[in-house]
Design a protein around this ligand. Structure first.
Ligand code: C2E
Ligand code: CA
Ligand code: CA
Ligand code: CA
Length: 281
């Protein structure tokens, strides 16, 4: 790649060559990690604020990369999307999450539900319905406990949109939940809420983090609470970091949250310990 870089047209700098090399190295490592069991799942509790009850957990992917430490998903998911690896990764996450959920159940630990992130491209190229059906059936898991989190990016492309709507409708009919992730940050129109069979909105962290200081964000949060109520959708606040934010959310009518104030994302082992501590008061 270095030699190729030198031969290239003017404007192709050594720094660009290095970036490209780094990218193809990371892509190869990521492929290897997926094939060889090098990816891990972490779990972040989703909690009912008033009662403190555990309602479920969001599954978050972790990649301990040899020689590089933990690479955050915000770096490797976009790379995986670019190189066409994200669908295979998300399919693995779904299977591994369901296997873990069943393992907890078999150990006597009742986890009410799991939420899994799904990239928009999966709804174009994959049969998500069949994959979900297979994962749930294999472990005899309740469809009502599973939620798929999708972002508003899903609605940007019309062809994608059609396939997504039919797959999400089939999933809702099975009882699986569909959540709009990062709600309030992406798309300019809310009309897709009429077309998409959605069961939950996730209030983006950017709203939650400014609840203390910004009255506009407070008004927007109140508006989103109203949308959720009017459309009979669950609402989950993400990125809850302080007791003051928790108090504000409760005042505004948002009952369910995730965030560092409740718990960081935890390894499977640590999550089980956390659940037992909550259960035993
Ligand atoms: P997301 O779906 O919006 O996930 C929430 C992110 O916020 C997570 O970052 C979580 O660790 C972080 N977070 C949770 N509570 C707090 C808090 O109180 N304060 C702050 N500052 N952050 C908090 P993470 O794990 O680094 O994941 C980043 C993004 O990567 C996710 O954003 C999601 O879009 C993507 N991602 C993670 N796992 C998967 C996956 O399995 N598949 C796909 N397609 N994307 C994934
Ligand atoms: Ca999410
Ligand atoms: Ca989110
Ligand atoms: Ca977010």
């Amino acid at each position: 790649a270095k030699a190729a870089g030198r031969q290239c047209a003017r404007g192709f700098t050594p720094a660009m060559a290095r970036a490209l090399e780094e990218k193809s190295w990371m892509e190869a490592e990521l492929r290897k990690a997926l094939a060889e069991g090098g990816l891990q799942l972490h779990f972040q509790p989703k909690v009912h604020l008033r009662s403190g009850a555990l309602l479920g957990a969001e599954v978050l992917l972790r990649w301990p990369c040899p020689g590089r430490g933990w690479i955050p998903p915000d770096r490797f998911i976009p790379l995986a999307e670019e190189c066409g690896l994200v669908n295979a990764i998300d399919a693995w996450v779904l299977r591994a999450a369901c296997a873990q959920w069943a393992a907890w159940r078999d150990q006597g630990l009742a986890v009410p539900g799991l939420a899994v992130n799904v990239s928009p491209s999966r709804f174009v190229h994959d049969d998500v319905v069949a994959d979900v059906q297979a994962a749930l059936t294999q472990h005899a898991l309740p469809p009502e406990g599973l939620t798929l989190e999708v972002t508003e990016r899903l609605m940007l492309d019309e062809a994608q949109d059609r396939r997504a709507v039919s797959q999400l409708s089939a999933l809702r009919a099975m009882g699986v939940g569909v959540s709009i992730d990062d709600f309030g940050t992406g798309y300019s129109s809310l009309s897709y809420l009429r077309r998409l069979p959605v069961s939950e909105l996730k209030l983006d962290r950017s709203f939650v983090s400014r609840l203390d200081s910004d009255t506009d964000d407070r008004s927007l949060t109140r508006a989103i609470v109203s949308i959720a109520e009017a459309m009979e959708l669950n609402l989950v606040a993400e990125g809850l970091e302080t007791v003051a934010q928790a108090e504000r959310l409760r005042q505004l009518g948002c009952e369910v949250a995730q965030g560092y104030w409740l718990s960081r994302p935890l390894s499977a082992e640590a999550f089980a310990v956390w659940c037992e501590a909550v259960r035993d008061g």
